[in-house]
Write a protein that binds this ligand. Structure first.
Ligand code: F6P
Length: 321
């Protein structure tokens, strides 16, 4: 293999640049040329290609976002579109592809590889940490830290005013981000899509906590459950004597200087992804189990969903007293 491509796709995540850097530097160490593909699969379709050298990736390990740009390209689901993309890879002489992205991206990458028996390796990068087969995705640690720091600030004003705050965090249809954030910021309640908790139960929990002397509370709400505005309206009606407010953390969770954990994970993933391509092992996703870097068949990743951590839910139930 003498030439590979790399692209970032889906929602951006801190650490994507670190992953690109590791892919480029590792490939060059194998004397393999690297073509950067701008704006994800759309760039593959439109042939937005640029040669990448070591210089292109210097000074970016500490920069969030992706210098290759990214976007959502739902048209990639169409066979016709993937055929054009494959043709463009052939014309450019690209013999393997590293796709850096999240859940949707891994599905698209699997289709491209499976349709044409084309070497593809995925680096899981998403603040949602919702990819099956890996303990952690690139960007997750940074997003958790960003959310926790924001909630620590909100905890100050909640305590001063004896208020209950509903904090809406990202995570798409999953609760992995919400639950990690909730444990780390000592939230009294966490609501995730995977576990249906009626709002009447939330009211009851708040009452029970108040009886135990809790004068303020933080409720972490995964966006896949509901909007913070809706939940706040419901709670304020049910608890008219309490002051209930909300904050939507939103897109601050997607930026911010990547933490060292994010940078190291992205770098390890980038090295392993290129090594898999060099060994002719595809279609795979690189991942981490504990501290060990592993590779998971992309077919498994694309067809399974990541379960919520029961252990964390247990912690929440025990700690929110
Ligand atoms: O997948 C990452 C993510 O940030 C989700 O948590 C969120 O729901 C979504 O992207 C937002 O998508 P967009 O950036 O297209 O608005």
């Amino acid at each position: 293999m003498k030439k590979i491509g790399v692209l970032t796709t889906g929602g951006d995540a801190p650490g994507m640049n670190a992953a690109i850097r590791a892919v480029v530097r590792t490939a060059l160490s194998y004397n393999v040329e690297v073509i950067g593909i701008e704006r994800g699969f759309r760039g593959l379709y439109e042939k937005n290609f640029l040669n990448l050298t070591s210089r292109n990736v210097s000074g970016i390990i500490n920069k969030a976002g992706t210098f290759l740009k990214t976007m959502r390209f739902p048209e990639f689901k169409e066979d016709r579109v993937r055929k054009v993309c494959y043709k463009n890879l052939e014309i450019e002489g690209i013999e393997g592809l590293v796709v850096i992205g999240g859940d949707g991206s891994s599905k698209g990458a699997y289709c491209l590889s499976n349709d044409f028996n084309f070497p593809v390796v995925v680096i899981p990068a998403s603040i949602d940490n919702d990819l099956f087969g890996t303990d952690c995705t690139v960007g997750f640690d940074t997003a958790v830290n960003t959310a926790v720091s924001a909630i620590d600030n909100i905890r100050d004003t909640a305590t001063s005013h004896n208020r209950t705050f509903v904090i809406e965090v990202m995570g798409r249809e999953k609760g992995n981000l919400a639950i990690e954030v909730a444990v780390a910021c000592g939230a009294e309640i966490v609501l995730v899509p995977e576990i249906k908790i009626p709002y009447e139960r939330v009211v009851q929990l708040l009452k029970e906590q108040a009886e135990k002397g809790k004068e303020s509370s933080i409720i972490v709400l995964a966006e896949g459950v509901d909007s913070a505005a809706n939940l706040t309206t419901f709670l304020q009606k049910a608890l008219p004597d309490r002051e209930i407010r909300y904050s939507v953390l939103g897109y601050i969770q997607r930026g911010g200087t990547p933490t060292y954990l994010t940078r190291v994970l992205a770098t390890r993933f980038g090295v392993s992804a290129v090594e898999l391509l060099m060994q002719g092992k595809y279609p795979y996703m690189v991942g981490i189990k504990g501290t060990e870097i592993i590779s998971i068949p992309l077919k498994e990743v694309a067809s399974q969903t990541k379960p919520i951590s029961d252990a964390y839910l247990e912690i929440i139930n025990r700690m929110a007293i």
